[in-house]
Design a binder for this molecule. Sequence first.
Ligand SMILES: Nc1nc2c(ncn2[C@@H]2O[C@H](COP(=O)(O)OP(=O)(O)OP(=O)(O)O)[C@@H](O)[C@H]2O)c(=O)[nH]1
Ligand SMILES: [Mg+2]
Length: 338
Amino acid sequence: MAHKYMRFIDEAEITVKSGDGGPGCVSFNRERFVPRGGPDGGNGGKGGNVLIKATRKLYSLYDFSSKHHFKAQNGRSGRGKNRSGKRGSDIEILVPVGTMVKDRETGELLADLVHDNQQILLMEGGQGGKGNKHFATSTNRAPRFAQEGQKGKEKRLKLELKLIADIGIIGLPNSGKSTLLSRLSNAHPQIADYPFTTLAPNLGVIIYDDKQPLTIADIPGLVEGASNGRGLGHRFLQHIERTSFLLHVLDIYNPSSGDVLKDFYIVQEELKLSHPSLIQKDQVVLINKIDLSPNNNKSIEEICRSFNDLGYGCLAISALTGEGVEELKQLLKDKALP
Ligand SMILES: Nc1nc2c(ncn2[C@@H]2O[C@H](COP(=O)(O)OP(=O)(O)OP(=O)(O)O)[C@@H](O)[C@H]2O)c(=O)[nH]1
Ligand SMILES: [Mg+2]
């Protein structure tokens, strides 16, 4: 999967153009033995359409950082002997699932592509012009004109990617989000013992024997003050707006603020300030790194109880050794929408 090495790009601007219709043809039947043959100019071909299609095979809008112009083919001219011009080929623009297409001038949302292989017709090609045969009447049996093809349309578009994942992973830097993602899914994110290792969201797929796979996104870079422009996480929070629930990873061994509950509230505050809708989402708290002995005077049971009292599910895990991860996988299976 090449996409792992591509830069994660979630915005792009492109210009698209549908094909012009081909012109109609002026022609007269010139067969031998047919004196003064009638008009036989065929119609021009229709211009190609502009289509946009979502695919799970793409993960980022990276391809659009070097290619900005997309044009469908023009229809061909009509020809004599009533032959119609060939239709112009359509152009199909491939984007990752989760891409929203907006008109750059008006801001209007033209398409929101949320399913694999979902395809939308963005713009029709121009109609082909009528050939001179079409204009023959009882008073003008030999029209010497045909119709021009209709011009294609041009639009400037903005593409915005909001990843579609079933589950989002949030938490402070270095809490173990990427380690957990690599444990649960097929993803191989970079993992290291320093904050801000992950610089862009990672997406993974959790495979079950008896259920549809679930997609899960690791949202990095959340830190106190990120909503004011510090850190980079707030930019990525849009990618979990469409998840059905969140996993909130907490480092029990070495909490950033010295206290897991406080760490939890730092992230909650961040969500509240930048993407308040995320606060409404169901969260399961994961007390991570239980393989290490915490510098904490409260037991894990007590900590989990405090989260339960606040209305959150809570599970103790070690993303590193895998302890509790199978249980978590089951929980995700039962919780996530079918
Ligand atoms: N002992 C132990 N170490 C862990 C566990 N989970 C993660 N780590 C370690 O914690 C460090 C940070 O892990 P990451 O998965 O990179 O953390 P992250 O939350 O993705 O960090 P950022 O990408 O910087 O936001 C790494 O050194 C991991 O090996 C765990 O359960 N136990
Ligand atoms: Mg990470």
